[in-house]
Unconditional design. Structure first.
Length: 451
């Protein structure tokens, strides 16, 4: 899950927890005693984390490790930075060899695959109670804490990748576009882009990176949902990309990108676009909350110095939707110190740590109350992300999601590489092929995409 990567099982979880055969008092006592006692021998935990940004996140991880050690002198954290591009292979090797970290960050789209391989140690009911239970996390984030249909919680939510629109106030003003109404729905959004292009300000209306096909799915999925469609069935066993609603959403998005995207941005990886936007590429882009912090810290760049703002994604006929990704915290089944590992996970998911880490890094906390009293709650630049959290969806946590995502990236690539809007029948043919390929992959329940 690069910087820039159901609910039925989640709602069933409280019933599963309630059925563990413990009275309320017993569960409360156990919740207070889980973890690693102060009289236990000193241990060192390896903690693998994947970067969502640069040195800001590295410093935030080190800060939390040091504060945790102060509170738990017998547990030392060894943070190990693993690039997202290497993480899947390294984690796969670690889970099969038994020579891996005690705790790892796990992209939300990987939870289903690693859970299906039985590579993760499930959290106990007492441990889940000790962190506050499912209700302290955003509902969509909790949907990625377990394999779809399972009551075994294998990854506690940590950070949320929530996305919104960023726009340049000066370019919109020159084009006569009012940001208060421009992003209301698909019609007003398309009209605003058309006005920006016609105004000939020297700035293209959009900055969307199309070089890495994996990142594109996160931008197009909200338009499929907004049209009333979905990627898969609720049970995750069949593709819905060949539906009329999916066609509506993909066609709308493809036409916007083909007509209004800056050619320079189109050739970029999605991770490179936020900096390019700040340097003057494009009038509008889509990105996550981390860029708010980056832009506030360095506001004198060409694309920012004359004012910028954020807005929720426009609503389609079925409503407003956004992609939610991010990461959870998992304890490997082969962890050498599982009790100490849980103490570290409990600390990282606490309101205090989540609040401090999010303010330091700009990443959105999975724990809902952690935003209270911080700039994420008070700064108007973050207001759009509050809206998008409520409108967000995560992909279904199925074993084969990595495979499904790979197929979507491969089969839809030609849509984003087109230099002009494609005819609707041509897009339909591409989506039909994609659905056929996905359905074929879903017939093999052992396929996880993890080697």
């Amino acid at each position: 899950m690069p910087r820039r990567v159901l609910l039925a099982a989640a709602t069933a979880l409280p019933l599963a927890l309630a059925g563990c055969g413990e009275s309320g008092d017993d569960a409360k006592d156990k919740a207070q005693t889980v973890g690693y006692a102060a009289d236990q021998p000193p241990v060192t935990l390896d903690f693998w984390y994947m970067p969502y940004g640069g040195p800001i996140q590295d410093r935030a991880v080190v800060q939390e490790a040091e504060k945790f050690h102060q509170a738990h002198p017998n547990i030392t954290i060894n943070p190990v930075r693993v690039q997202w591009s290497d993480a899947l292979t390294r984690l796969s090797t670690a889970t099969t060899s038994g020579q891996g970290p005690d705790v790892t960050v796990l992209g939300t789209t990987w939870v289903g695959g690693f859970s299906a391989l039985d590579a993760l140690r499930p959290y106990t009911a007492a441990e889940i109670a000790a962190v506050g239970g499912p209700g302290v996390f955003a509902e969509a984030s909790w949907s990625a804490s377990h394999l779809l249909g399972s009551d075994k919680i294998t990854a506690l939510p940590w950070l949320t990748d929530v996305r919104a629109l960023f726009y340049r106030k000066d370019v919109l003003a020159k084009a006569g576009v009012d940001p208060a109404t421009a992003f209301t729905d698909w019609q007003t959004f398309a009209a605003a882009l058309k006005k920006i292009k016609a105004a000939d300000t020297g700035v293209w209306p959009l900055a969307i990176g199309n070089a890495n096909n994996f990142g594109i799915i996160h931008d197009v999925a909200p338009f499929i949902w907004g049209a009333g469609g979905n990627l898969l069935t609720d049970t995750g066993d069949k593709s819905l990309l060949d539906s009329t609603a999916a066609l509506d959403g993909v066609t709308y998005y493809q036409q916007l990108v083909a007509t209004y995207d800056d050619p320079k941005a189109m050739r970029m990886e999605s991770d490179a676009v936020p900096a390019a936007f700040a340097d003057g590429t494009g009038a509008i882009t889509i990105d996550n909350s981390q860029s708010v912090g980056d832009y506030l810290a360095d506001p004198d760049r060409p694309g920012l110095r004359n004012g910028w703002g954020t807005a929720p994604l426009p609503a389609g006929k079925a409503g407003r939707f956004g992609f939610l990704g991010g990461s959870g915290l998992a304890i490997l089944k082969a962890a050498k110190h599982p009790d100490a590992a849980f103490a570290w996970v409990k600390y990282l998911t606490s309101e205090e740590s989540q609040r401090r880490y999010s303010v330091s890094s700009g990443l959105w906390p999975a724990r809902s109350a952690a935003v209270h009293g911080t700039r994420l709650e008070s700064d108007p630049a973050y207001a759009a992300f509050h809206t998008m959290i409520k409108s967000g969806r995560m992909y279904p946590s199925i074993p084969a999601w990595i495979v499904v995502e790979s197929i979507i990236a491969r089969d839809l690539a030609e849509l984003w590489q087109a230099n002009a809007p494609l005819p609707r029948p041509e897009i339909q043919a591409i989506l039909t092929k994609t659905s056929t390929d996905i359905d074929a992959s879903l017939k093999d329940p052992t396929q996880t995409g993890i080697k």
